[in-house]
Write a protein that binds this ligand. Structure first.
Ligand code: GLP
Length: 248
């Protein structure tokens, strides 16, 4: 695991965007595993900028997203499908038919989970998986638990996640209580993983996940076992890990 310390959000976004862009240049028909939340917005803006400058071509790229809220249709402004369209897909030359997000309104959620697992497998897995980090150490929506969930599954969101994510909704009551998420095995099967975290709200999760024991109580801690992980954090997110990380 490589930890890169950046001075701020902008620099974190640039470093992560450079890695994703390099992946697209290296393998134009690559599979990108993508994430939502506030952390990747700056990174997506960089990718859009490079596309507009004509140096990044998404024409043959496929994407698979980590998760989706249960009960939110793709047109709902807080759905992760809507987020991906408005923050990235609408602004690049990607074929939307090759962008996959779990189905939040499937009438048979178990079948939707199995079909998402199959989709990832059929695509040959992610060449690179981008991750954010929940304040409680979750990745995707894999919440702290007694064991690591393997495949795509429906999850009940913890109170702390509902609390953290209410900023995107008009009220706490509107935050969905469930989500459908890739499991830990789906994430670890990616050939390369890039995790980004910024701000002091993430400092405890960063310290526990990457400098503590591997435990399902801190789901991101399992990334310590993956052979190719880059963690890119701003100084605030690394503030509880004195002396760690390489400055850029
Ligand atoms: C959400 C998403 C995660 C994301 C996390 C952090 O709950 N399911 O994929 O990484 O929150 O979000 P943010 O980047 O807004 O802090």
């Amino acid at each position: 695991m490589r930890i890169i310390k950046t001075k701020d959000y902008e620099e974190m976004s640039l470093r992560a965007a450079e890695i994703l862009a390099a992946q697209v240049v290296m393998k134009p028909d690559c599979v990108l595993g993508l994430a939502t939340g506030s952390s990747p917005v700056g990174l997506y803006q960089r990718l859009i900028g490079w596309h507009e400058e004509g140096v990044l071509d998404f024409g043959r790229v496929t994407t698979v997203n980590l998760d989706e809220y249960r009960g939110l249709a793709p047109e709902h402004p807080q759905s992760y499908r809507y987020f991906m369209n408005s923050n990235l897909f609408d602004h690049i030359n990607i074929d939307k038919k090759r962008t996959f997000v779990p189905d939040g309104i499937a009438s048979d959620p178990a079948a939707a989970c199995a079909s998402y697992d199959r989709k990832i497998k059929d695509l040959g897995g992610q060449d690179i998986q981008l991750l954010g980090l929940g304040q409680n150490g979750h990745i995707g929506f894999n919440e702290p638990a007694d064991s690591f969930p393997v495949g795509t599954h429906v999850v009940s969101l913890t109170e702390s996640t509902i609390e953290a994510n209410k900023r995107f909704f008009a009220s706490r009551e509107e935050v969905p209580k469930e989500a459908i998420t890739m499991g830990i095995a789906n994430i670890l099967e990616a050939r390369k993983i890039v995790l980004i975290a910024n701000g002091k709200e993430k400092a405890l999760a960063v310290a526990e996940a990457f400098f503590g024991p591997v435990t399902p109580k801190v789901p991101a801690s399992i990334l310590q076992l993956h052979p190719d992980v880059v963690v890119i954090c701003d100084q605030e997110a690394l503030s509880l890990v004195p002396g760690e990380g390489e400055s850029v």
